[in-house]
Design a protein around this ligand. Structure first.
Ligand SMILES: *Cc1c(COP(=O)(O)O)cnc(C)c1O
Length: 463
């Protein structure tokens, strides 16, 4: 498990003293299949290929930086989740991880549902033909307009996140003459083993209604009284980049406990339980994520067992993986620019992107790996820090990594596992243009989100 999987605040240690990077890996040319998209390999010239296309060709055709997404891998991961959970459960892909119309179509074709958390995500999903009843709408502060649009579109569920929202959604549904299916998101008091900024089920935070102090039970009471709401279940999302199933175990136990209380008080057995997303992926070789079928088996067993002991019918389970589907399917392709060796410290390797295309290192202290991909090298490993081109010393893409000592301007390097929360969190800081997302499959590449242009930037600047 990587250090990023532990609950730790930002670290300030500048000099590398611990962890898996303290010794260089045996061979810098080998690409660990754990962190790279499934079709990634090196061709006979040592150039990385993905989906049957080499990165030099991709860089020529699409420029750098670029997110390169392996479509076959995406579909296979989506399908693996779908198959693992089977017909008695639903898989909602968390659109915030990365959403585009092509992705929506792939999800639709592979039988997945979709979570959205803003009007923009809803519009993207609908415009690509995702049936509204397969969309769930999330968020701690949905606007009235967003709620109205979701209800008008006929979304399958709205996940209620506060007492105020229960009333808000009920009013809008009533005024639309509809009965809206809803879940209530609760916080179960579990602290997932993850970075504190992405742990979301302990109580001191903005999401959900606390189970503690009877607040969740009170929310259920209110929702059940409102005719324009159809309460179908309870929702819990305990965090992100989680490897350890024990957090889900405690969460399921507490959610089922609430279902039991609801049955005892109201005589209704809610038909669904949503356990959220948050399943971890490998960013470095030290991370050991579980396979979807193992996760499905574990979660189903936990819920079934808890329900049996509470003498409840087992509800329909849903899960919401985002990162675990899209994260491993893409890498960011950069061209190396300035190289600055700092004696006794490390060598700074600058790339043509940075915190505008990957904010996770700065935001969460996330760890990434990196490889030279336009060629192989037999040079000695050199301790490097991959940094961007932004006016900010925190503009770090990969904090500690080994690259071959002969790395040179013009080389292509790639950072794997950037499919989730990179393009979706990208910014225009320094008026840098956001990179394209290029999907590759069967020897062909296709731009699914194009590179931003200066015209795009100036279009918004109407002063
Ligand atoms: C972010 C989020 C997810 C997805 O999390 P991942 O770590 O990408 O799996 C799922 N459900 C909810 C409610 C979320 O907020």
């Amino acid at each position: 498990m990587s250090r990023s999987a532990h609950p730790a605040g930002p670290r300030h240690a500048d000099v590398l003293t611990e962890g898996h990077y303290s010794a260089p890996p045996a061979d810098l040319n080998t690409l660990d299949p754990k962190v790279w998209a499934q079709t990634v390999t090196r061709d006979e010239d040592g150039v990385l290929t993905v989906g049957g296309i080499d990165v030099k060709t991709l860089a020529e055709e699409h420029g750098t930086p670029a997110y390169v997404l392996d479509e076959a891998d995406f579909r296979e991961r989506a399908r693996a989740w779908r198959t693992a959970f089977g017909a008695d459960a639903d898989v909602f892909y968390a659109g915030k991880a990365f959403l585009s119309r092509a992705v929506v179509r792939w999800l639709h074709e592979e039988g997945l549902n979709l979570d959205v958390c803003s009007g923009g995500e809803l519009a993207t999903a609908l415009s690509a033909g995702m049936p509204a009843d397969r969309i769930a709408f999330h968020g701690n502060n949905k606007s009235k307009d967003e709620i109205r649009r979701a209800i008008e579109a006929g979304v399958g569920r709205i996940v209620l996140d506060s007492f105020q929202e229960i009333v808000r959604v009920a009013h809008i549904a009533q005024s639309e003459g509809k009965r809206q299916r809803v879940q209530i998101r609760i916080t179960v008091g579990v602290e997932a083993h993850t970075h504190e900024f992405i742990a979301t089920a302990h109580e001191d935070q903005k999401f959900g209604i606390p189970l503690a102090g009877g607040q969740a039970a009170e929310a259920v009471r209110r929702a059940l009284q409102l005719d324009s709401l159809e309460l179908i279940g309870i929702h819990s999302h305990i965090g992100s980049q989680i490897f350890d199933m024990s957090g889900f175990e405690v969460a399921a136990h507490r959610v089922v406990g609430l279902l039991k209380d609801i049955r005892d008080e109201h005589g209704v057995e809610l038909p669904e339980i949503d356990l959220g997303g948050g399943l971890g992926i490998a960013y470095t070789s030290d991370d050991d994520p579980r396979e979807p079928h193992e996760i499905a088996k574990a979660l189903t067993e936990i819920v079934t067992r808890e329900c049996e002991s509470a003498k409840l019918r087992t509800p329909r389970i849903s899960v919401e993986p985002g990162r675990a589907i899209v994260g491993p399917t893409a890498f960011t392709l950069y061209e190396v620019g300035t190289i600055k060796p700092l004696d006794g410290l490390r060598t700074y390797v600058s790339v043509d992107g940075g915190m505008s295309d990957n904010i996770r290192t700065a935001l969460y202290d996330a760890e990434y790996s990196v490889a030279l991909v336009s060629r192989t090298s037999d040079a000695e490993p050199m301790l490097a820090r991959v940094v961007g081109k932004h006016c900010e010393s925190g503009d770090i893409v990969v904090k500690d990594a080994f690259l071959p000592a002969d790395i040179a301007p013009g080389d292509l390097i790639a950072v794997p596992a950037t499919g989730a929360y990179c393009r979706s969190m990208a910014s225009n800081y320094n008026h840098v243009l956001r990179p394209p997302v290029v999907a590759v499959r069967d020897g062909e590449s296709r731009v699914i989100v194009r590179r931003e242009t200066e015209e795009d930037l100036l279009r918004l600047d109407v002063g």
